[in-house]
Design a protein around this ligand. Sequence first.
Ligand SMILES: [Zn+2]
Length: 295
Amino acid sequence: MGQFTISLDFELGWGSIENGIWRRREAAGVYRELRNVLPVFLKALEDHEVSLTWATVGAMIDPPRPSDLGHLPEPIKTATRAFVAGSERETHDGRDLFEMVLNTRTPQDIGSHTFAHCRWSTPGFSVEAKEIEAAQSVAALEKFDVTPNAFVYPLNHYSDLEVLRGAGFQIARTAPRRPSTRLGKLIEMLSGSTPASELSAGPRGLNCETGSMLYVWGIRNDWRVRKILIDRQIRLGLRRAARDEGDFHIWLHPFNLAETPGLLEHSISLISKVARMRDRGEIDIVTMADKAINR
Ligand SMILES: [Zn+2]
């Protein structure tokens, strides 16, 4: 039976420290609005008994002391300190949101999205520093009695996979196998095709899983067109999984639910749809941890 997975890169403003987009989202009230939106989404998961993978940024749930950032490359360290000092609490502190996810009646799979969301392709980010980053992310989750199995790389820039097994992870989401050019990506979207999610063996027994697609459309002029195209990609991806012709794994950020027009409603009807497919025996809905454990 084909499998369907949703993973969420749970990061608030941490994911856009380098490009500063968090400022625009903060000014637009996206992170504050997420406090109203997330309970609605979680209720849908409870109603349909669906578990997702929440890859969480450690520093978002464990406020970092300056020394906790000492392993980061210098420019990232400076930008991160400025972000923590200069952003609203709702932009960098997600403990309230994380508690909501932990308290969801249908247990959710909690994974890691690193500690400080530094891209692993950042120049000067050494293997030793990545080991500290991975260990700190685990320690942040363990304060909530969570032992994570799954790891998601910032911006899907994956490298130094062997570090993850050392930190106790069993499965990592790597980049989807997609066309490299913009034209190729456009053709892919127009044709409605998406790459299947593939599981392969990495170093030291780590499971590596490619995702299929980012589940979000734009917030500006073209969003309605992109929504139609993404809706079609998802329908076709699910149909392919139901025919057992490849697993389908989509991902998004929780804040997208508060920012992207129509995404909350679309995601709730998607949860309902995949739950019906599961109940008819057409697909399995699995978390990343499920895949690592069942492999
Ligand atoms: Zn991210």
